[in-house]
Design a protein. Structure first.
Length: 266
C-alpha cells in the first residue's frame, strides 16, 4: 500500500506513526506532503517517510491520500494538489467542518471520506467517526476504516450531518473532561491540598472510575446511586450540582458546540 499525508502537523504525524507501527505502510511508501519549507526540513529529520511537495507526481500513485491541513489553508493548497490527483485516488479528510460536497467541488474528486478524530488518538485511544460519499464501495470504506482504526475506535455514519454532533461530543469532548478535572483539582486546593496532591487524588479517581464504568455492567445512574448514600457527602455535592444546573449547563454547552460546528461547515 502507498499512502500520502498532506499536511503533517500534530494529527498528520499521529497517523504516520500509527501506520508505521502497525506495518500498514513502509517508510518508502509513505509520502509526507508539506508546503512549508521549514516544516519540510523538520520532517526530514524525523525520518518517518518520504518528504515531498504538495504537487509531487508520486502522490497520484497513492492508494489513500489523507488531507490533514488546516481548513483555512485548503483552498490555496488545493490548486497544487489538483495537478497530481487521479480519479481513482481515495481521499480521507480530517479537516474540521469541511463538508464532502465542498471537497468534491474544489478538488474535482469523487472518492472522499470525511473523518473526525480526537486528541487521544495520539495514544492509540482515540474516537474517530467518519462518513463517505456515495461513490465508494464497501471494500474501500473498510480499507479506510482499517487505517483510521490504528489510532483507536471508529464508527461509521451514513448521515454526514451527524459529524457536527460528533465534533461537539467526542471531538471537543476531551476538553470537557479536562475542564471538570481542573475544577475538581481547584476545589481540592481550596480545601487545603497542594496542587500535586489534589491532582493525584482527582486523576486516580478518574482513572479508577473509568475502569469501574467499563467493567461493572451497571448503568451510570446505578453507579451514582452506589456512591451517593442518602444524607451523605456525595448527595450533598450532587444536590448542589442540581441546584446550580451543572448538568444542564454541560448539555447546553455541548449543543452549542454542535451548532458552532454546523456554522463553520457552511
Amino acid at each position: 500500500m502507498k499512502i500520502t499525508i498532506v499536511g503533517c502537523g500534530n494529527m498528520g504525524l499521529i497517523y504516520a506513526r500509527a501506520f508505521l507501527k502497525y506495518n500498514i505502510v513502509s517508510k518508502e511508501n509513505l509520502l509526507l506532503a508539506e508546503k512549508n519549507e521549514t516544516r519540510k526540513q523538520e520532517l526530514l529529520k524525523l525520518n518517518i517517510g518520504e518528504v515531498c511537495v504538495v504537487n509531487d507526481n508520486r502522490i497520484s500513485d497513492s492508494d489513500i491520500i489523507i488531507l490533514a491541513v488546516k481548513p483555512q489553508d485548503f483552498n490555496e493548497l488545493s490548486l497544487e494538489l489538483k495537478q497530481v490527483l487521479k480519479p481513482n485516488n481515495i481521499l480521507i479528510s480530517i479537516m474540521a467542518g469541511m463538508k464532502l460536497e465542498r471537497i468534491e467541488s474544489v478538488l474535482e474528486q469523487k472518492n472522499i471520506i470525511r473523518a473526525m478524530p480526537n486528541s487521544p488518538a495520539e495514544l492509540g485511544m482515540g474516537m474517530t467517526a467518519f462518513t463517505a460519499n456515495k461513490n465508494l464501495t464497501m471494500e474501500q470504506i473498510r480499507k479506510a476504516e482499517n487505517l483510521l482504526g490504528t489510532t483507536g475506535r471508529t464508527v461509521f455514519f451514513e448521515n454526514e450531518d451527524l459529524l457536527d454532533a460528533v465534533t461537539a461530543l467526542s471531538g471537543s469532548g476531551p476538553a470537557y473532561f479536562f475542564y471538570i478535572l481542573k475544577n475538581m483539582i481547584d476545589a481540592g486546593k481550596e480545601m487545603g491540598f497542594d496542587e500535586a496532591t489534589s491532582a493525584m487524588l482527582v486523576k486516580q479517581t478518574m482513572l479508577g472510575s473509568f475502569h469501574l464504568l467499563n467493567t461493572a455492567n451497571k448503568s451510570l445512574d446505578e453507579l451514582i446511586k452506589a456512591v451517593a448514600s442518602k444524607g451523605g457527602t456525595t448527595e450533598a455535592a450532587l444536590t448542589s450540582f442540581e441546584t446550580n444546573k451543572v448538568g444542564k449547563g454541560l448539555q447546553e454547552g455541548i449543543i452549542k458546540a454542535r451548532d458552532r460546528a454546523s456554522e463553520l461547515s457552511k
